[in-house]
Design a binder for this molecule. Structure first.
Ligand code: PXP
Length: 267
């Protein structure tokens, strides 16, 4: 009888090696955004480096999920990447997306583990600011329902504001990802940093109270993530891309993932 490839067993062994002492501690899940690998590939419009290969290596090193943003302009992630990742990702595939009809259709066809709804502007270098769940509610609600009917988790990428968290709950989301861009931008300014940490703390607490999975993401790196972990308890997942890919250029994806994973441990 063919028992197939024991990915879970191999991963568990591989991941446990450098983490045995901390493995019992509470840990924030690491969602690795591989868009930045695709950006390098698209600079030449050839087939490497492949974000799919990056995703597989990251999973083996302990990433808890893989995130890709299929943008309308296809500047980095391509349709093929999403479909192949759906086949090979063994953890959780999180499809980040704007609300364009075409992308909604792809999401409902591929059925990733989850989607994260983000605002998307053509001219932006990366996602700027969170989704306005209040202003966009008439577009978010029907799509969220269609996703939930197919068993797809729905996360809204929002600024850390209580009104937005409450609206996400009302619209049927299962998670909220709090935008950490402002926190990261002002990380070196103690007063602003403290203010942003408080906003994040309040919203993580509120999300938990409402039964939403509290996530964070955007701009997090190996330096600024430590204050966040130390000061904001209860974060379920951090979605990180650029800093891990930047580190991976020098030390490889597996080590870059392991190092970030070590920083996501509470206590
Ligand atoms: N979360 C969301 C919703 C994002 O749009 C991005 C950027 O693609 C990230 C997380 C990751 O941000 P960064 O690449 O700065 O780590």
């Amino acid at each position: 009888m063919c028992r197939g490839f024991d990915f879970a067993g191999i991963r568990a062994y591989y991941v446990a090696l450098p983490h045995s002492r901390k493995s019992m501690a509470r840990r924030i899940k690491l969602g690795f955004n591989v868009d930045h690998v695709a950006t390098v590939r698209q600079a030449r419009r050839i087939d490497q480096p492949d974000p799919v290969a990056a995703a597989l290596l990251a999973e083996l090193a302990g990433a808890d999920g893989i995130t890709v943003h299929l943008r309308e302009d296809r500047r980095h992630i391509q349709d093929r990447d999403v479909r192949v990742l759906k086949q090979v990702v063994k953890t959780r595939l999180n499809l980040e997306m704007g609300l364009a009809d075409e992308i909604q259709k792809i999401a409902l066809d591929v059925v990733p583990y989850g989607v994260t709804l983000v605002p998307e502007k053509r001219q932006e270098i990366t996602t700027e600011g969170g989704l306005d769940a209040i202003a966009e509610s008439s577009r978010i609600a029907p799509f969220t329902k269609q996703c939930r009917d197919k068993g797809i988790d729905v996360s809204l990428f929002i600024d850390p504001e209580a009104l937005q968290v409450r609206k996400a709950k009302e619209l049927g989301a299962t998670a909220v990802e709090m935008h950490t861009g402002t926190y990261c931008e002002y990380h070196r300014d103690p007063a602003r940093r403290a203010k942003e940490l408080t906003r994040l703390k309040v919203c993580v607490e509120l999300a938990k109270e409402l039964g939403l999975e509290p996530r964070v993401g955007h701009g997090l790196d190996y330096v600024n993530v430590e204050d966040l972990v130390r000061n904001v308890s209860g974060i379920a997942e951090a979605n990180i891309g650029h800093s891990i890919v930047a580190r991976a250029v020098f030390v490889g994806i597996e080590q870059a993932i392991r190092e970030m994973r070590e920083l996501l441990v509470y206590g």
